[in-house]
Design a protein around this ligand. Structure first.
Ligand code: KMH
Ligand code: ZN
Length: 277
């Protein structure tokens, strides 16, 4: 796992595809809400935004025009690294997920295997992973490898062996823990998965729901970076709903400082991930 870095990249995942606006009114679902959220999170210490968008009825969508407008608006309003989700919602077809890259993001998520997702299945078969990976290389988009389980780490290592390094030459991963069907959100999962990552890889971790704090604390001490946001967590503390995404970023920044690691600047994030100018 190596040396603990002096800086922490804080990623914010503000929306996701699973929560209804009616259940969480602070969830950013319009472009204006998303840009306002992104600005507040950048001011609070975020360096990267992981983006899912919604349609006019606040339903998850991978509409290419909306995605393109979103990337442009986030670039105009912030300096954050803009990462589009290629995971979308569990119902999104593979061709729509591949098309996401045509919106010209800085980065995109790339999940390294299929996983049970509550009572749904999040499909990521090998051939789809390879096709998506080759498209990131061709379009010079930096992938972030989403790892929900230990087998996903093995699949990532296999992908890199067969297909070479990502665009930019850096391997950056995100451990997504505590999903019902994936690895539990525990210190043991963080350490076991981080140990199996490719040599030199950087990584963040996020714990879904109640595993948010244990995973964040484990990641900070094990040399990882942090992902927080309303995609993963709607409860700030038992009985206390999240007010908004910015307060989750503020807490991550505070935890990081307590661990004697300063929140990474957006310039630092771009350099660490080798994002295209
Ligand atoms: N919404 C999940 C089915 C990603 O963004 O790439 C998939 C997900 C992962 O959120
Ligand atoms: Zn996502």
């Amino acid at each position: 796992m190596g040396v603990v870095p002096a800086e922490t990249l804080i990623t914010v995942a503000p929306t996701g595809a699973e929560t209804d606006k009616s259940d969480a009114p602070a969830l950013p679902v319009t472009l204006d809400e998303l840009v306002a959220t992104a600005k507040a999170c950048e001011a609070a210490g975020a360096g990267l935004i992981h983006v899912h968008i919604r349609d006019a009825d606040a339903r998850p969508t991978l509409d290419l025009g909306r995605l393109t407008d979103t990337v442009q608006a986030l670039r105009e309003g912030t300096d954050l690294v803009v990462q589009l989700s290629t995971g979308g919602a569990v119902t999104d077809p593979f061709e729509h997920r591949l098309r996401v890259l045509d919106a010209d993001p800085d980065s995109c998520s790339l999940t390294c295997g299929t996983v049970n997702f509550g009572s749904d299945v999040f499909m990521n078969p090998w051939d789809f992973m390879v096709e998506l990976y080759r498209k990131t290389q061709a379009l010079e988009v930096v992938p972030e490898f989403e790892l929900f389980d230990l087998g996903h780490v093995a699949a990532l290592n296999r992908l890199l062996d067969k297909e070479g390094l990502p665009y930019g030459g850096k391997v950056h991963c995100d451990l997504v823990l505590g999903v019902p069907g994936g690895a539990p959100g525990t210190t043991e999962s963080v350490v076991t998965m981080a140990r199996m990552l490719p040599e030199g890889a950087t990584w963040s971790a996020t714990g879904v729901g109640r595993s948010t704090m244990p995973v964040a604390l484990a990641a900070l001490s094990a040399g990882g970076h942090l992902r927080v946001g309303m995609e993963d967590t709607l409860t700030y503390a038992p009985g206390r709903p999240v007010r908004d995404n910015a307060e989750l970023v503020e807490r991550a920044a505070e935890l990081s400082r307590l661990a004697l690691r300063v929140p990474m600047t957006v310039e630092g994030a771009r350099a660490m991930l080798n994002i295209k100018d």
